[in-house]
Ligand binder design. Structure first.
Ligand code: NAP
Length: 493
């Protein structure tokens, strides 16, 4: 089966931070893939900027290396790369100074009517200043959109400052706050499962769902990003954005249509329904941890404090939270959230655990009846599985067995699973913000997160230690086991 590709109108795509890690690892490979698929057409231009002194040939060399380094050999070809590179140019522009802005204006002159995207793949400290310089240089046309990367702020207050600064130049409709988790194929599939099937929605509530788990686990440490990470921590880095967005998609009411505001209105209601966690209940509902020395697949690894060279840091590298959505649909069904670095496995998944059957007609020799689970895997191997009970095939009487019903069809049909950035970058060009965060969503998420961080700050207790290469502090296990449940850990579901 061949996936359908609908080409987009020609556009100008300006990357600020065009030489950075995100541009090399994600943006250039994503744009290349879309170009190769025939979705990018005509004289579409990609204009990279950064301070480095490069000419077009130098940047194309960097881009070629990025594509060869980050796109699988089976998904690239030399002629395609060469054709893509011809779309690329480079300008040296200093976000903080005046250098290069006139060149950028000259390059964009005469293309007032075409779609224009400014992708800010720079430090978030520059989002405001780049926006105001874009405005001051007359570069914001009605067909312009701006993409800002996470993190949008470090708190409700600082997010407001960023949003105000960007919002002075761009209308809310022009601002695309990216959360790449929302572009993942399986996250799209979650919406299809919920809203394109009559099967799930009637049981998608507290009467039938016992609990939900959302895990985003990494095996890596801070990988040279210690400076940033130590000012953020797991809750800001992962929970405020990715995990809460996933929670919203699981918990939201069916929107009236798949349009940007209808979906985002429903997500916002969920964020506003989260039971507050503050100094009164933070110890009962959260666990924060920090990794000690231990092991990874590559051998022994140092602890966090040694890795960042700051012995006094209390930044959490692990968090587990028992969240509750206080509305009619979800009252009594907890959402257990957890994320951490240097954990036992790299894995992101949502597990929806249904309630056990009310009565068994089978005798004990049939074996244990395991409650149904819907497991939505975001990485490493994207897929959706429904764990169901069947009769063990063959003779030997009635023996029951839990087996996964695989509901991911990409592999079966031989369709390539596109990277989330491919989908999202094309959505920006098409002007579809459904999978991007609206200002009020980001702010509502901070509104819930801020009191957790404040309550931790008031507590004298440091984060709980865990050995690198494990599943986090034992208190995180206790958090869920206290409720008679266990973490879904080994991907065995
Ligand atoms: P990075 O590797 O440090 O790259 C920063 C880029 O900004 C470089 O191209 C740098 O080039 C440019 N730059 C720095 N100072 C500048 C200035 N004064 N004027 C113009 N350009 C300047 O950062 P990154 O990892 O790509 O991250 C970029 C953004 O994406 C950040 O907001 C980050 O939080 C977010 N993000 C990144 C990832 C990821 O996987 N890397 C994931 C999620 C979100 P010059 O030094 O030559 O100017």
């Amino acid at each position: 089966m061949v996936s359908r590709v609908i080409s987009v109108d020609t556009f100008d795509f300006v990357i600020f931070g065009g030489t950075g890690d995100l541009a090399r690892r994600k943006l250039l490979p994503a744009l290349y893939q879309r170009d190769r698929a025939g979705q990018i057409v005509g004289d579409t231009r990609i204009i990279a900027t950064a301070r480095a002194n490069l000419d077009a040939a130098g940047y194309r060399k960097l881009a070629r290396e990025a594509i060869e380094g980050f796109v699988k050999p089976s998904e690239r070809d030399d002629a395609g790369i060469e054709a893509f590179l011809q779309r690329l140019s480079y300008l040296s522009v200093d976000a903080m100074g005046d250098g290069g802005w006139k060149d950028l204006a000259a390059t964009l002159k005469g293309a007032q009517d075409r779609i224009r995207v400014f992708y800010l793949a720079t430090s978030p400290d520059f989002f405001g200043v780049i926006s105001s310089k874009l405005g001051a240089n007359g570069l914001v046309t009605p067909a312009t959109r701006v993409v800002i990367e996470k993190p949008v702020g470090k708190s409700f207050k600082s997010a407001t400052v960023v949003n105000d600064a960007v919002g002075k130049v761009f209308t809310e409709q022009q601002i695309y706050r990216i959360d790449h988790y929302l572009g993942k194929e399986t996250v799209q599939n979650l919406m299809a499962l919920r809203f394109a099937n009559a099967l799930f929605e009637p049981i998608w509530n507290a009467a039938h769902i016992d609990h939900v788990q959302i895990t985003v686990a990494e095996t890596i440490g801070v990988e040279g990003r210690g400076g940033y990470y130590d000012t953020a921590g797991a809750v800001r880095d992962m929970v405020q954005n990715h995990i809460l967005q996933l929670l919203c998609l699981v918990a939201m009411e069916p929107p009236s249509a798949l349009d940007a505001d209808a979906v985002r209105d429903e997500k916002l209601k969920i964020l506003k329904s989260l039971k507050p966690i503050d100094e009164r209940n933070v110890n009962a509902l959260t666990v924060r941890g920090q990794y000690d020395a231990g092991a990874s697949a590559d051998g022994a690894v140092p602890g966090y404090l040694e890795e960042i060279g700051k012995p006094s840091s209390q930044t959490e590298t692990f968090v587990a939270i028992k969240a509750e959505v206080e509305n009619w649909r979800w009252a009594g069904t907890p959402f257990y959230l957890r994320s951490g670095k240097r954990l036992a496995e790299r894995m992101s998944e949502i597990v929806v655990s249904f309630r056990p059957i009310p009565h068994s007609i089978f005798d004990s020799s049939a074996g244990q009846i395991i409650a149904n689970q819907l497991v939505i895997r975001l990485q490493p191997d994207e897929g959706v599985k429904l764990q169901i009970m069947i009769k063990d095939p063959g003779p030997g009487g009635m023996r029951l067995r839990s087996v996964p019903l695989d509901m991911s069809f990409a592999d079966a049909f031989g369709v390539r699973n596109p990277d989330a950035y491919e989908r999202l970058v094309m959505d920006v060009v098409r002007g579809n913000p459904t999978l991007f965060m609206r200002r009020d969503e980001v702010e509502a998420a901070w509104h819930w997160i801020d009191p957790i961080i404040e309550a931790w700050g008031q507590s004298a207790a440091p984060p709980k230690a865990y050995r690198a290469g494990t599943w986090g502090p034992s208190a995180a296990v206790a958090l869920i086991e206290r409720d008679g449940r266990t973490w879904h850990e080994d991907g065995a579901g």
